[in-house]
Design a protein around this ligand. Sequence first.
Ligand code: SAJ
Length: 423
Amino acid sequence: MKQQKICVIGLGYIGLPTSAMFATHGCEVVGVDINGKVVEALSKGKIIIEEPYLDIMVQAAVRSGHLKAKRKPETADVFIISVPTPITKDKKADMSYVVKATEMIVPYLRKGNLVILESTSPTGTVEELVVPILEKSGLKIGEELYVGHSPERVLPGKILWELVNNNRIVGGINRISAEKIRDLYKIFVNGEIYLTNATTAEMCKMMENTFRDVNIALANELAKICEKTGINVWEVIELCNKHPRVNIHQPGPGVGGHCLAVDPWFIIEKNPELAKIIELSRKTNDNMPYYVLDKIDEILKDIKGNKKVTILGMTYKPNIDDVRESPILKLIDLIDNREDLEINVYDPHVGVHKYQEKDLMVAAKDSDLLILAVNHDVFRTLPLSEIAKVMRNRNFFDTRNFMDKEELEHLGFKYILLGEKAI
Ligand code: SAJ
């Protein structure tokens, strides 16, 4: 295939790695972002997000001259749209970034170009939202301008490896569009590439994350049931998963991130009468911080007066710095709104934050309860005996089945595990 010039709109968690990947495979890539900070950093070969090895790859791509950052698009062979599709307060997909990005490229479109939407989008986005805007170019869609959806599926923390090795779905508005998109991704994808139509690809992407969200809701419901039954949910799950066709997910204090906590709502939005299990699951997971707060009240019920709670971890999952849609932020909010509860939070992965206490011992001082909210690896080596000395009451609530119960009990802590039994 001849060397392609690719214009990527949106240099976030997906657009930037994708740009760097194409650039290091010999393509000429123009990365476009409306955020001046991103463009400025990238021009110097730097990045402003945390993702293993991405900095090295971006630096190599910029140094080789194959990756350039711009505020506006340029004419190219291929346009990839990878802008956010956030959720509004009333749980609807905010498609304004996709609309703006699509409008932005129209003046640069030429006969034979390929336009790919990568952003996770509700069904019908390509056909009903993107194509009508692209038609303003005057080009015949599907014949002079090829269009499709190829959703990203990479896991934050493993993005570069998964970009190359994951299987990929390509949905074209017609067969030739899908084939052209497949040929483009073949430049760096080692996984299988499956062709379908655009709307099917949109549904696949949302359903993959919904599958996970629903299964986590099932695990969270089971955790509550096990507590009531007086058994340990983690043991139940471990034993159930010995069955060859069972894979129960892990319970916890809620589901966060910009994917699982968001994408199911896009299906619900389009199918409110039908997506009942999906909606209940979303609500079950969103309710977990409230459940954790109830547990906190139960644990502290015998302590008179004001109580202090110390939370360990605030990101949406372990070993990352990302707090987007983190259920721990919701929990922090709930505790902060209570007059009788004082809160301190410690998360070494997160920089400056309203609730962040940089010093662990200060965060734990005079505390009545430590809550393990995120299972960061660094929490494996907490100075527990030192912490025990400065606490007012030694209670430890483990929401992730992460701590060593015996060690904590040996240090005089009362150990409470989410999903074990009512206190
Ligand atoms: N979680 C649980 N229990 C579990 C698994 C996860 O409570 O058993 C929670 C985590 O604590 C976290 C949330 O779910 O709060 C999401 O974490 P995750 O690791 O499941 O997923 P993300 O959001 O980081 O990435 C997902 C991935 N999707 C799937 O695995 C189906 C990724 O492949 C997608 O590319 C990404 O969403 C995306 O961008 O859509």
